[in-house]
Design a protein around this ligand. Structure first.
Ligand SMILES: [Zn+2]
Length: 428
């Protein structure tokens, strides 16, 4: 993850007020975004009707629905399939409601994290200044999402509680953090810690290996890959093309540095290769956040799947152009995942959100876009699930840009069926 919530949501306060409901997490982002003030005015009317304080109203399912309804009214476009009744329904607002519908959809969250290790992150001891910067960004995000102790609460325990127990997520695919140069020569989240998640919830989690960068030495990288497969039975990779070596980054289509890794993946049967793309925040240099290197890699390794995490936003158009329905009709192995990208845009810039989803679906095709939330850095993912259930690409954009409509069939593919296909999961 990889997102400075305070830069993006200008009205966000650096406060810790303990656990919030998933609805409040969602509403607080709507309120901190550029339409916040007008959403607040609109929602106040509904809070009053429900005889609730504003704060309490925003903790309810009705509060979240009121935010969505307000966005429709303010923009004059139908972004959310939500009725006046949902925002006004007193029964819904009476209790702090978690709008869970477990089992209603098969939901695979392709992008989840823990952010914790036993020896912690101690500046100057096992963490560089740059490493601390990243920890602090995640720490802030967690605190603003109801994790009182930030990264210290992004534990194995909370991963299970927030994602697997308290949201409608069926299966969570967890992503590693490496960046060893910044964390005392040890992965930011060592694979031993991650393996604990897999051990606890073997049927509901999928474990990816990571922290591989050929700039640390190709032999060492290949050895670690083999160790991940042999000792930890990883189901794929999630890599970063940024690193803190003097080279600062690398490309997936580098025939010397990267191709030996993909060849080894072929040999070891590791098929799904993810990469952080887009969101070029902090130490992540923008040039390595572009998706252009997936072009040649996808053609030269057609039995591997390449997954652009974050959908390369804000460079998603470049990614979509490389898809099966874009300029590469022969290509069936290029995927994207919408973690953080959806959460950030849906609440603050719904028109951009519709364009991003529309562009991805139109270019990569509806079989190649996958759900992800970047939780538990964003706390409990339930509000994101709720927002996607209700989200629409407005008719004007469907007509004017040739985007597909977000039908229940397409949502089911994005929510879980596409991920189920490439990770061989049983869609319950
Ligand atoms: Zn992430």
């Amino acid at each position: 993850m990889e997102f400075n919530v305070f830069e993006y949501f200008k009205d966000y306060k650096r406060i810790t007020k303990g656990p919030m409901t998933p609805e409040e997490q969602g509403t607080s982002l709507f309120l901190a975004g550029n339409m916040g003030e007008r959403i607040r005015e609109f929602a106040d009317v509904h809070a009053e009707k429900n005889r609730l304080s504003r704060r309490r109203f925003f903790q309810t399912a009705s509060g979240l629905a009121a935010c969505m309804l307000a966005v429709n009214k303010i923009t004059g476009m139908q972004f959310f399939d939500v009725t006046e009744a949902a925002a006004a329904e007193p029964a819904a607002a009476k209790e702090i409601m978690i709008t869970r519908k477990p089992g209603a959809d098969f939901i695979v969250d392709a992008h989840t994290h823990i952010c914790w290790r036993k020896d912690g992150y101690i500046p100057g001891v096992n963490t560089t200044e740059r490493g601390m910067w990243f920890v602090n960004l995640l720490d802030d995000l967690g605190k603003s999402m109801g994790l009182p102790n930030g990264t210290k609460d992004m534990t194995v325990e909370n991963f299970g509680k927030l994602i697997l127990e308290e949201s409608d997520t069926s299966v969570a695919i967890f992503n590693p953090f490496g960046f060893r140069e910044d964390y005392g020569g040890k992965d930011m989240i060592p694979i031993e810690e991650q393996a604990e998640v897999k051990r606890r919830w073997p049927d509901r989690t999928v474990m990816l290996g990571g922290g591989l960068t050929p700039n640390q030495g190709l032999e060492e990288t290949l050895d670690r890959l083999q160790m991940f497969v042999e000792n930890y039975k990883i189901s794929g990779l999630k890599l970063y093309t940024f690193d803190s070596t003097p080279a600062r980054g690398w490309w997936f289509d580098d025939q010397k540095k990267a191709y030996p890794i993909w060849e080894k993946c072929q040999k070891l049967g590791v098929k799904n290769i993810g990469c952080h793309k887009g969101i070029p925040f902090g130490q992540f240099m923008a040039r390595y956040a572009h998706a252009e290197d997936l072009d040649a890699a996808a053609d030269d390794f057609r039995d591997l799947n390449f997954i652009a995490y974050h959908s390369a936003w804000p460079y998603h158009e470049e990614l979509a152009a490389l898809g099966k329905k874009g300029f590469k009709p022969h290509r069936d192995n290029l995927y994207c995942e919408i973690g953080s990208t959806f959460a950030a845009t849906v609440t603050n810039r719904p028109l951009e959100c519709a364009h991003v989803l529309g562009t991805l679906l139109r270019g990569l095709g509806e079989d190649h876009v996958m759900w992800g939330t970047d939780s538990c850095l964003w706390g409990n993912p339930q509000w994101q699930i709720e927002a996607f259930r209700k989200f629409q690409i407005p008719d004007q954009l469907v007509e004017g840009y040739g985007y597909p409509k977000l039908t229940p069939e397409i949502k089911a593919k994005v929510f879980g069926l596409n991920a189920a296909r490439i990770w061989n999961l049983k869609a319950a």
